[in-house]
Write a protein that binds this ligand. Structure first.
Ligand code: HEC
Length: 201
């Protein structure tokens, strides 16, 4: 290890720092109030721990983007498969290939009729029970490196494109808050709801 004069100098000056000074610096760093002042984080049965800040309705709305299987929560906007193909070519093919049927990452197209076989191919088309979840997922999570950067129109169009590539809707069918929940996915009834339990289970 090099031990030049500079290094030695730094080490000795650190040793000289007085303990009182060090704890004062630590108190400042941690935001601890001076002796005698009220502790802002002190537990108070009435007021709670006093931590955190209240979110504005706008901040909550930005996180509150869940879309239920029945489509509740879907925003205004629309798109069809042709428009979706254009967005897909720019934003998605690097990882999912042109038609989504292979690629570096999850396969998005095909696999129909394979779920009960020894080699099931689970894609959004063969496996996912609700078309509305495709919209929710793309809007929330894709493109992988830049999630939540797509407009709602682009997301509807991409959803339509994936549904069309999977042979579920026609190329000209417009997807919006009305039509998307009506799309019946091939594996719609392939899931068993285990909660809440019923008498049969
Ligand atoms: C940089 C690579 C990358 C890009 C670009 C990308 N994706 Fe993905 N995608 C992924 C990865 C990785 C996953 C799997 C993520 C996981 O399982 O957590 C995935 C998963 C998905 C899934 C879910 C598949 C499943 O069966 O679970 C969908 C749908 C999807 N992507 C759509 C898109 C769309 C639409 C675009 C373009 C807007 C896009 N992706 C762009 C990497 C990418």
């Amino acid at each position: 290890m090099p031990s030049g004069p500079g290094r030695k100098g730094r080490r000795s000056s650190r040793r000289e720092t007085r303990p009182a000074l060090r704890s004062a610096a630590l108190a400042i760093a941690l935001g601890i109030p001076a002796a005698g002042a009220a502790w802002p984080g002190a537990l108070n049965a009435q007021e709670g721990p006093g931590l955190g800040v209240e979110l504005t309705p706008e901040q909550i709305a930005a996180w509150d983007i869940n879309i239920a299987p029945d489509g509740s929560g879907l925003p205004p906007g629309s798109g069809d498969a042709r428009e979706g193909a254009e967005v897909f070519a720019v934003q998605c093919i690097a990882c999912h290939t042109t038609d989504g049927s292979e690629g570096l990452n999850d396969r998005l197209v095909g696999g129909h009729g394979t779920l009960a076989s020894a080699a099931p191919v689970r894609t959004v088309g063969s496996f996912w029970p609700y078309a509305t979840t495709i919209f929710d997922y793309i809007r929330r999570a894709m493109p992988y490196a830049l999630p939540q950067s797509l407009s709602d129109d682009e997301t509807y169009a991409l959803t339509a494109y994936l549904l069309h590539l999977n042979g579920i809707i026609g190329e000209d069918e417009v997807m919006d808050a009305e039509s998307l929940p009506l799309v019946e996915m091939p594996n719609r009834d392939g899931f068993i709801v285990v909660w809440p339990p019923t008498e049969e289970r």
